[in-house]
Design a protein around this ligand. Structure first.
Ligand code: ATP
Ligand code: MG
Length: 284
């Protein structure tokens, strides 16, 4: 089985995250190979991004979700910073502001969907509305239960209107989260990343796991598949995401559009010869 299919959650499948090894590294031999292969993928990713931009009819939306310290920022730094910033935008979703709460939960998300020609990355997303919102009972159960279907309808609409969507769960183990949070405690240059919520949210680890399992079960669709990326090894996480992104960009068969101007007549004009008539007179 190809690695991309192996990481994808088949629609309707129920996954037990406890049984998915967060330190697995399927599809690649070791760190050296992954780092080397990632470096080789970046030029092709850039080439395809350039075509996407030129074509200007479709966009790509990458959703990153993870437990705290799961590595969303790392993915942005290591995979997406290799792309042309003109044509790639990152949006981070924090707890909604009061004005955002005055709208339906998808409102702020829809506004951030990348325009045609661009790649957008969501650092957290509308899935928070069935994750933290569910775990902390921020809305009644009958409200968040309906959101899976609402999300699927929204994502299907995006797919039908030219948005290719890939959703990644960066799957880390509890032990790895402990190590990373401890690093943040010990490293003065990373203290700033700590939030009081980090310790608090760990108490809800099992609740989050169940909420994630339901997300994967309810919302991995052919239009907008979920991928579970074993992410204890940062090098594996970066490699796997680049692989999946590259596979999707290749599948899109991106084409340069027909030039608006005729290259032959422009060439003649620029080289000083006759351009063949010049602008046509009206009514001629
Ligand atoms: P880092 O991983 O670097 O700490 P972060 O994405 O956790 O970055 P924070 O500012 O620490 O950024 O946290 C943002 C918080 O906003 C998260 O706890 C997230 O669950 C919360 N949040 C996002 N969307 C919603 C939402 N729709 N409703 C309630 N809370 C939300
Ligand atoms: Mg945080």
């Amino acid at each position: 089985m190809k690695i991309v299919e192996k990481l994808r959650v088949e629609p309707g499948r129920r996954i037990k995250l406890r049984h998915v090894a967060a330190d697995a590294t399927p599809g690649v031999k070791d760190k050296a190979e992954a780092v080397e292969d990632l470096a080789q993928m970046l030029p092709e990713l850039r080439k395809l991004q350039y075509r996407l931009y030129a074509e200007n009819r479709r966009s790509v939306l990458v959703v990153l979700q993870a437990m705290d310290a799961g590595g969303k920022d790392g993915v942005v730094r290591h995979v997406f910073s290799g792309l042309n910033p003109q044509g790639c935008r990152v949006t981070a979703f924090k707890a909604p502001s009061t004005s955002e709460l005055d709208h339906d939960f998808l409102w702020r998300v829809h506004r951030a969907v990348p325009p045609y020609g661009e790649i957008g990355v969501f650092n957290r997303s509308h899935y928070e509305d069935v994750l933290i919102v569910r775990v902390h009972e921020l809305v009644p159960k009958d409200v968040w239960r309906r959101r899976y279907a609402q999300i699927n309808a929204f994502e299907r609409y995006l797919a039908e209107t030219g948005v290719t969507m890939l959703k990644f769960l960066l799957h880390i183990s509890r032990g790895e989260q402990t190590r990373r949070l401890l690093d943040r405690v010990e490293d003065p240059e990373r203290n700033w990343k700590l939030s009081p919520a980090d310790a608090e949210e760990r108490k809800y680890w099992d609740d989050y796991r169940r909420a994630y399992e339901d997300v994967l079960h309810e919302c991995s669709t052919p239009d907008a598949p979920w991928y579970v990326i074993p992410s204890d090894h940062k090098w594996y996480r970066n490699w796997a995401i680049a692989r999946v992104l590259l596979a999707h960009l290749r599948d899109m068969r991106l084409q340069f559009p027909e030039p608006l101007a005729d290259p032959d007549s422009l060439r003649r004009l620029l080289r000083g010869g006759s351009a063949g008539g010049g602008p046509k007179k009206h009514g001629a």
